[in-house]
Design a protein around this ligand. Structure first.
Ligand SMILES: N[C@@H](CCC(=O)N[C@@H](CS)C(=O)NCC(=O)O)C(=O)O
Length: 218
C-alpha cells in the first residue's frame, strides 16, 4: 500500500491527500514532527521535506507537484484533458501552491503591519482566481478537478482562520468565497486533514500572533 509521510499542518500534504482521496487510492500515513525529523526520514527524503510518498514498489517520491502528477499517471486521472488543458491546469494549480508558504507566513505574522503587508501579497493570488472564476461551483465546472485540489489548502486554512478569529482573508473576493463554501460543503476539507487538524493548526497560528489577538477579541 502507498505510504505518505507527513507533518500535520503541511499544506502540500493536504493537496496530495486531496488527490489520493479523489482517486479513492488506499494509503496509510505516518506523521513526523518537523522540529525533530527522525533519522529514517532524513535517510530517505532527498530534500528533508514532507510530503514524501512511498509507492507500492517502494520508490520514494518527493516534491508535491511531482507526487500529484505521478498519481495522475499511475491511477486514473479525475478527467481526461488535452495537453493544452493539462498545462493550464498545472499553471492554475501552481498559482495556488506557490502561495502556500506565503499564507503560512501571513498567518504567523506577529504584528498588524507585517500581517497587512503579507496579506496584500497573498491576496494577489485570490484576485487572479476571482477574475478567472465563472459561475460554476468549482474552478472548472460543477466537479472537483486538480485545480480545486491545489487551492484547497489555501481556502480551507482561510476558513479556519475566519471561524476562529473573525478575520476573512477572502474579503472582497465573492467568487472565491463561494468556491471556498462549495469545497467545504463537498466534505473534501475534512477528508484531507488529520482529525486534530483544527486544534494543531490553531495552536500554531493562533498563539502569539497578530491573528491570535483578533481571535481573543472574537
Ligand atoms: N516544494 C516542496 C515544499 C514542501 C515543504 O515546504 N514542506 C514543509 C512542510 S509544509 C517542510 O517539510 N519543511 C521542513 C523543512 O523545510 O525542513 C513540495 O512541494 O513538496
Amino acid at each position: 500500500m502507498i505510504k505518505l509521510i507527513n507533518f500535520k499542518n503541511c499544506p502540500f500534504f493536504q493537496r496530495v491527500m486531496g488527490a489520493l482521496v479523489m482517486k479513492k487510492v488506499p494509503f496509510e500515513i505516518e506523521y513526523i514532527e518537523l522540529n525533530n525529523k527522525p533519522l529514517w526520514f532524513l535517510d530517505i527524503s532527498p530534500n528533508g521535506q514532507v510530503p514524501v510518498l512511498v509507492t507500492e514498489d517502494d520508490t520514494v517520491l518527493f516534491e508535491s507537484d511531482a507526487i500529484v502528477e505521478y498519481l495522475d499517471d499511475k491511477y486514473a486521472p479525475i478527467e481526461e484533458v488535452t495537453a493544452e488543458q493539462k498545462a493550464l491546469d498545472r499553471a492554475w494549480s501552481y498559482q495556488a501552491s506557490k502561495h502556500y508558504m506565503p499564507q503560512c507566513g501571513t498567518m504567523g505574522s506577529k504584528d498588524k503591519d507585517t500581517f497587512d503587508t503579507r496579506l496584500a501579497n497573498l491576496q494577489k493570488a485570490f484576485l487572479k482566481a476571482e477574475n478567472k472564476l465563472g459561475d460554476t461551483q468549482f474552478f472548472k465546472g460543477n466537479y472537483i478537478s486538480n485545480v480545486d485540489i491545489a487551492w484547497l489548502p489555501l481556502l480551507h486554512r482561510a476558513s479556519v482562520i475566519k471561524e476562529r478569529s473573525g478575520f476573512d482573508m477572502l474579503e472582497g473576493f465573492p467568487k472565491v468565497q463561494a468556491w471556498q463554501s462549495a469545497l467545504i460543503k463537498s466534505g473534501l476539507t475534512e477528508k484531507t486533514v488529520p482529525q486534530d487538524f483544527v486544534e494543531k493548526f490553531s495552536g500554531f497560528y493562533l498563539t502569539n500572533t497578530y491573528l491570535a489577538s483578533l481571535a481573543e477579541a472574537h
